[in-house]
Write a protein that binds this ligand. Structure first.
Ligand SMILES: C[S@@+](CC[C@H](N)C(=O)[O-])C[C@H]1O[C@@H](n2cnc3c(N)ncnc32)[C@H](O)[C@@H]1O
Length: 275
């Protein structure tokens, strides 16, 4: 298994971001609901060996641990020590003896081959530097017949991201965000190209109206790590350009405001493939 992972600058910034968020991450139950749905759709059973990739505060791992029982085992891995500390505390409070959390980079994970009945990755897949290589790597850890379940967002999701992409384009800057997993076809192709069979995708068409203030706070900025891209795309802009781009972003967001607020699509894909 893994020791202390060596993280490049991109991954260290992600780890620092999530460790700094770890104390407040569970304040909203939004990620928890997604994680529980992934586990439910993934058909976890008594006795299963489960790997939760980028476990964060352990939402998927804990949901799975409560199903697999004492014959089963769940391992959650993440690069953010703060998130792992939260996960360990929660598992301890629930007296879960079948769960372990480890510090490890999902893309360099050393794990027994053919050992998992289920591998999950919720709200984290687009953070991987190389999606195809990550899936191919994880495929090895599944038992034959085992199932991988990935949760991803559609390319229509998150109004702040969509408008950031639009504004950044005017400056010649391209943001990936949820584009690599943004459609059912892209998700299917990613899994099939990594050797998964019987790919099934559940679509959850969700969204809500959010306040103008909240929508404006979704601006990507120049220091926040961007999924799959390093350095953060907007870091190439000068201070003046950045201020100008942010002003354009605010104007675009204001134009989307209705009496009920700003519509924030969060269409979600639950993608499953069998080894
Ligand atoms: C939005 S959180 C999702 C956490 C959890 N899966 C959930 O459903 O709440 C994203 C997590 O991905 C982790 N992460 C990002 N890249 C990673 C990598 N290469 N290896 C392991 N964890 C990673 C982050 O540290 C963070 O905890």
């Amino acid at each position: 298994m893994s020791n202390q992972p060596e993280l490049n600058k991109y991954k260290q910034e992600i780890a620092d971001l999530y460790s700094s968020r770890s104390q407040t991450y569970d304040n909203s139950d939004w990620h928890l609901q997604i994680a529980r749905r992934l586990v439910e759709y993934g058909g976890v059973s008594l006795g299963h060996q489960v790997l939760d990739i980028a476990t964060g505060t352990g939402h998927v791992a804990i949901a799975a641990a409560q199903i697999v029982g004492s014959e089963g085992r769940v391992v959650g891995i993440d690069i953010a020590t703060g998130m792992l500390d939260r996960a360990r505390n929660k598992a301890q409070e629930l007296n879960l003896k079948n769960t372990e959390f480890m510090l490890a980079d999902a893309e360099a994970l050393d794990f027994p081959v053919n050992s998992c009945d289920r591998i999950f990755c919720a709200s984290a897949f687009i953070w991987m530097s190389d999606l195809h290589a990550a899936l191919t790597h994880w495929h090895k850890f599944l038992k034959p017949g085992g199932i991988l379940g990935i949760q991803a967002f559609a390319d229509t999701a998150f109004v702040g991201g969509i408008v950031t992409q639009k504004v950044a384009k005017k400056y010649g800057i391209s943001f990936k965000m949820s584009q690599p997993t943004g459609t059912v076809e892209k998700c299917r192709s990613l899994l099939e190209q990594a050797g998964f069979e019987d790919v099934e995708i559940k679509i959850d068409r969700d969204g809500s109206y959010i306040s103008l203030e909240k929508a404006k706070a979704m601006w990507a900025g120049s220091s926040h790590p961007a999924p799959g891209q390093y350095p953060p795309p907007l870091s190439t802009l000068s201070t003046e350009q950045l201020a100008q781009a942010k002003a354009e972003f605010d104007t675009e967001i204001e134009a989307l405001q209705t009496e009920r607020g700003v519509w924030n699509d969060i269409t979600t894909f639950y993608v499953f493939g069998r080894k």
